[in-house]
Write a protein that binds this ligand. Structure first.
Ligand SMILES: Cc1ncc(COP(=O)(O)O)c(C=O)c1O
Length: 396
């Protein structure tokens, strides 16, 4: 009765974490601190609830599948400003659609962009390793095969694009890149993005750039794939970027984001929502419009995370080979054996972290590129973050 391909859903990262730690009772009475999940712990700005309340008279209406013009214009203005794009690059009617967070569209791209065959062979979905688990979802649709691209320290935690074989490129249907990346916080440079776009166009696959951490950074603004499109020419062909209010505005529960890119894909996505997706309710769309037009709360949010990373530098810097990631809100710590250390941290210090191995697949040589690492989410306010990191250091 069930699709056997979906048996791989059992490999979900947090099921594995629960298998590892679920039966262990911490030895300490200290309050548990959960640094395992990447969920913002601060509140979104009041603007969100106020705008939803002010638009309560539209809950009775079916929302349009592609949102409405004020939303699409707010997003287009934001993209154009944030990435210094030429005015005409993003057409708000053709290149933008709201989505209920980015998880759903990341999966749905598998429905839209993967056919039964590519170059007469099984289509491949190319996924950085380690990765956010949802990219694997696209490879569960139809006759597809996930291909894991090593993203290790030697290549600045980005897949080496020039190491992808011609055979894989010929049957590539989608290439996912996360920048800034979860888990490592690496920012893909503009030249890297341009190379990825060029490959996508040469081999006619979809390049899906997950930019949902784009606004959580410490130094310079991370560049984006649309900026790379602007520099390359050729419009937005073969490219889609995914953005979310979950991290930018700490509004993960709102389920609101957008995708922007190739108009063929956006048109088809609109049809897909009409047949089987969730359009954004109008009061939520109004609030999203207000949030994309407001930068003050984003600046404050960035400062909140920056305080945590300053704390991490102070606390971890003296005891381990530590450097702050460029962006995102995770630490990706080389601890030698992530599973063993996560278990010890929970048992001895009531600190929950995520072993890097649970975010990665074993590669052909039998090694898991996440095995040495621990992912630590710095999502609480500074005092609690300091407490968590200090307890970690006592044990490490
Ligand atoms: C890399 C990455 N992409 C996408 C998402 C999905 O976020 P949302 O669906 O809330 O936009 C997450 C959430 O943790 C993530 O870490």
């Amino acid at each position: 009765m069930l699709n056997p391909k979906l048996d791989t859903l059992d490999e979900y990262t947090f099921f594995r974490l629960n298998d590892l730690l679920g039966d262990i009772k911490p030895k300490t009475n200290r309050e548990p601190i959960l640094l395992s999940i990447g969920e913002p712990q601060n509140q979104p700005p009041a603007l969100l609830a106020e705008t939803i309340a002010a638009n309560a008279d539209s809950w009775n209406r079916y929302p349009p599948p592609n949102g409405d013009e004020p939303f699409r214009l707010a997003v287009t203005d934001w993209l154009t400003r944030r990435y210094r794009l030429p005015d005409e690059l993003v057409d708000s009617d053709k290149n933008v659609i709201p989505v209920p967070g980015t998880r759903e569209p990341l999966f749905m791209l598998g429905v839209l962009a993967v056919g039964e065959e590519k170059s007469g062979q099984t289509p491949a979905v190319l996924i950085p390793n380690p990765h956010y688990h949802v990219y694997r979802g696209a490879a569960m649709v139809g006759r597809t095969e996930p291909v894991y691209l090593p993203a290790r320290a030697e290549t600045n935690f980005l897949p080496d694009l020039d190491a992808i074989t011609p055979e894989i490129l010929a049957r590539a249907a989608i290439l996912y890149i996360c920048s800034p990346s979860n888990p490592q916080g690496t920012v893909a440079p503009l030249d890297y993005l341009k190379r990825a776009i060029t490959l996508a166009r040469e081999h006619d696959f979809l390049l899906a750039i997950d930019e949902c951490y784009a606004e959580i950074y410490r130094g310079a603004e991370p560049p984006g794939a649309l900026q790379a499109c602007a520099e390359l020419g050729g419009g937005l062909d073969n490219v889609v970027v995914l953005h979310s209010l979950s991290k930018r505005s700490s509004a993960a529960g709102m389920r609101s984001g957008f995708i922007a890119g190739d108009e063929r894909l956006i048109a088809r996505y609109t049809q897909l929502v009409t047949f089987g997706g969730s359009p954004q309710p109008l009061p939520i769309l109004r609030a999203a419009t207000a949030l994309w037009r407001d930068e003050d709360h984003v600046v404050a949010n960035r400062a909140h995370y920056a305080r945590n990373f300053t704390a991490a530098q102070e606390i971890l810097g003296p005891v381990m080979n530590y450097h702050n990631p460029e962006a995102g809100f995770f630490l990706w710590l080389d601890v030698g054996d992530g599973v063993a250390v996560a278990e010890r941290l929970w048992r001895e210090a009531a600190i929950k972290t995520l072993p890097g191995a649970f975010m990665a697949k074993e590669e052909a040589d039998g090694t898991n590129p996440g095995a040495r690492y621990l992912r630590v989410a710095l999502v609480y306010e500074e005092t609690r973050t300091r407490e968590g990191l200090t307890r970690m250091v006592e044990l490490l």
